[in-house]
Design a protein around this ligand. Structure first.
Ligand SMILES: *[C@@H]1O[C@H](CO)[C@@H](O)[C@H](O)[C@H]1NC(C)=O
Ligand SMILES: *[C@@H]1O[C@H](CO)[C@@H](O)[C@H](O)[C@H]1NC(C)=O
Length: 426
């Protein structure tokens, strides 16, 4: 009897000891996790000052965000001459930012914390923009979020440019960054099967593809599990936690620049475009490979819109109120599809912290390039508007173009097969 009691007591003691031991162990694990995360955050600002670290982005760098270097930016005179100093809100914001920069400060307020970057003090906006309350809802919404720049990442591809087992250590030559929206599954699949295929081919430079997504509105069907399947299966989705909307495309472009600087900083060229364009990838690659080195580091090329001005019709998708922005637009490459050099990524990202966000993404990109002193180069093979009616069935026309707007998923597949057909004689 005594033996059984002693044994029972011993078992109880050992159990208690094990429970205690396990709970301290668990605590310790959570502590080290947290300490690592904090380390990551602390090292953020160090990251760009350490050249050894910038060359090899790795999993540990997930916590690091590239830092803009606003004080290395000098805004070109061409930009200041085109974009005048006047009473419009955006223009005032720009010039007060430039003044702050000259004084050695930060151009304008950037709240790095996403959760509290939105302007909730509407009186402040009304004081600064006298007819703010007459602006369309979307533009008012844009203005409130103008300083928000770091949306949380929902779907990431940190190894997009570094996983190169099958291709040796080839650097990514061209990155396709394709603006899409969560529901465009069919469009993305057509693009993936045709012009943006990441085909492995030793004699072809390395091409990588990412689709850029925001999030769907709350009242829409929940596509999250479909998207996470798609992301796992194809490894080419990037998604951020901001609402998909035309006026949020500037934010999308900026989030993409930030992503690329972290995850694909050595890419040679970037193609930014829509998911409903047709691209003649062989033509595009041979164009890029034919460039002189001096040109390939300063490239910004596409279908150039040279002399545009803001549309003042409130019903237009592109409406810009006069009290918001006053002046012409700089020459810019149409957002349907354009190319730029990887060497310009960091300058572009830095200058974007000096130029306030503008509601139209391709105009904004044009402004940033102009501020850097880089003018868009017109290339007649980029047709972001569309080609002549009588040419639309002519495969030889497509074979000589680089980009054509805008084609259905079925048309993309038909055209892609068509331009690769050995029977095609042009
Ligand atoms: C690889 O690329 C070259 C040049 O672009 C092309 O001629 C060849 O057919 C490709 N090979 C394969 C297997 O796709
Ligand atoms: C842009 O995204 C933010 C964050 O989700 C959202 O609050 C805002 O309404 C969006 N802007 C527009 C103009 O839709």
């Amino acid at each position: 009897m005594r033996l059984i009691q002693t044994f029972g007591a011993m078992v109880l003691l050992v159990t208690l000891f094990l429970i205690f031991f396990y709970s301290t162990l668990h605590l310790e694990i959570t502590y080290t996790h947290r300490a690592r995360a904090e380390d990551g955050l602390k090292n953020r600002s160090l990251w760009f000052h350490n050249p050894a670290m910038t060359t090899q982005p790795s999993k540990q760098d997930i916590f690091t965000t590239p830092q803009p270097d606003v004080h290395s930016v000098s805004v070109s005179d061409g930009f200041k001459n085109t974009i005048t100093q006047n009473d419009a809100f955006w223009n005032r914001m720009l010039y007060s930012g430039l003044l702050n920069l000259d004084k050695g400060g930060n151009p304008f307020r950037h709240d790095s914390k996403w959760s509290r970057c939105r302007e909730t003090n509407l009186e402040l906006l009304q004081t600064n923009v006298h007819d703010f309350s007459s602006y369309p809802v979307l533009i008012r919404d844009f203005l409130q979020g103008m300083n928000c720049r770091s949306p949380p990442v929902l779907i990431n591809q940190p190894n997009k440019c570094i996983s190169a087992e099958e291709e040796g250590d080839k650097q990514t030559f061209l990155l396709f960054a394709i603006k899409s929206v969560p529901g465009n599954f069919e469009q993305r699949q057509a693009v993936r099967e045709t012009w943006a295929r990441e085909a492995v081919n030793q004699s072809r430079p390395k091409v990588r593809t990412v689709f850029l997504l925001g999030s769907s509105p709350q009242d829409d069907p929940d596509l999250n599990s479909l998207l996470s399947f798609e992301a796992r299966h194809f490894g080419d989705l990037l998604q951020w936690d901001f609402h998909e909307s035309f006026l949020n495309l500037t934010l999308k472009m900026n989030a993409f620049l930030q992503w690329t600087l972290t995850n694909c900083p050595h890419v040679s060229f970037i193609f930014s475009g829509d998911d409903d364009v047709f691209v003649n990838t062989p033509g595009l690659l041979s164009y890029l490979q034919s460039l002189e080195p001096s040109k390939s580091s300063q490239l910004y090329v596409g279908h150039v819109i040279g002399t545009a001005s803001p549309l003042r019709d409130p019903k237009s998708k592109y409406y810009i109120p006069l009290s918001f922005y006053d002046g012409p637009y700089p020459a810019y490459a149409g957002g349907g599809g354009f190319l730029f050099s990887g060497a310009l990524l960091q300058p572009l990202y830095s200058v974007s912290h000096v130029i306030p966000f503008f509601p139209i993404d391709d105009v904004y990109t044009g402004m940033c390039f102009m501020a850097l002193g880089v003018s868009p180069e017109a290339h007649t093979s980029f047709q972001t508007f569309d080609i002549k009616e009588q040419d639309r069935e002519n495969l030889c026309v497509y074979k000589n173009l680089i980009l054509t707007h805008r084609r259905s998923p079925q048309q993309l597949i038909k055209l892609w097969k068509g331009i690769h057909s050995p029977l095609l004689t042009c």
